[in-house]
Design a binder for this molecule. Sequence first.
Ligand SMILES: *Cc1c(COP(=O)(O)O)cnc(C)c1O
Length: 375
Amino acid sequence: MIEKNDVLMTRPSWIEVDLKAINYNAQLIMRHAGANRLIAVVKANAYGHGAVAVTKSLYDIGVRDFAVATIDEGIVLRKHLPKNNVNIILLGVQDVSHVRLMLTHRLSPAVGELEWLQEAEQLIDDGEILDIQLAVDTGMGRMGAHSETAVQAMYDKILSSTKLNLSGIFTHFATADDENQNYYDEQIDNFYKWVQSANIPKSYWHLANSGSALWHYHQINTDTIRVGSVLYGYNPGAPDLPMPIITKNVLSLKSRIGAVHKLQVGESLSYGATYTAQYSQWVATLPIGYADGYLRRMTGMKVLVGGQEEHVIGRITMDQLVITLDRQYPVGTIVTLIGRDGDKEITLENFADYAHTIPHEILTSFGQRLSRIYK
Ligand SMILES: *Cc1c(COP(=O)(O)O)cnc(C)c1O
């Protein structure tokens, strides 16, 4: 039994997070992109890695800007980080009625509409100031000022208000991690045109997400990058684009064998009895299932036991799954579902590829029941 962060690990399936690797990746991507300021994107519980542990670790190497999606996420971070010198940005659309919460916890919302600013002013008392991140929609189509005049009008509004302060202006790229260079170029052109015509100083700009910082840094000569994926060590452009830098892997997913038994010829297992033994074989049950984010469609996927490849067989259930074994292993043997065992490795990219999705979705599907253990 492993005890960690006051959680009794009575169910031995867990995620290991290498915080030093995150710090390393942060410094590496900044060097690669020629940036001197990092806005670390830690939304969705730091892409499943644990937002509080990840932000504290990055804080220790000098990161002072963090971005989340929701007010709730922002409040949790504010509670756990030093009060005075940390900026917390809210990237999602926020209802203006929550302005008082944003003031109390000093959260800077991304705002893309003039009306939002006007309504917010009514809710802010004299002497109070709300930091605004001006969102510019250059092609993502989710939120943001969508023309030269809209950007100008919002900037003017912020400048003329005693209750609003500009803390940044940004746009988000739709194709930075694929091969659609033209669409990317158009987004950059729009941003430069609109923001320069409004005379918004460059020190406020932040544009680069991971794909942009990895593959397009020469087009974005701003001091600040705003990245998530690359911090966590995986390739956001996989499998089409190779990584231009060598990041360190951050996350492993592990479990311990809970039960071992021999399946006789003709015997089947799990729901639907979809797997039937063709020969007598050892199998093991692991205490992890689709409720933990080990998706139901992962049947047939590799796992590593004792440095060897084995496979998931039969239907994956909510809390348990079954794997092949080449011989009888003791209960309690560690099984690696993502990560390295000896000279074999299952990467997050392999896992996502098998699931026909992207690594981001796999990471954010890992359930609350999995303990996060930090190295
Ligand atoms: C999620 C997000 C990011 C981070 O994207 P990565 O590709 O993971 O680096 C940056 N900016 C905005 C607005 C986002 O929503």
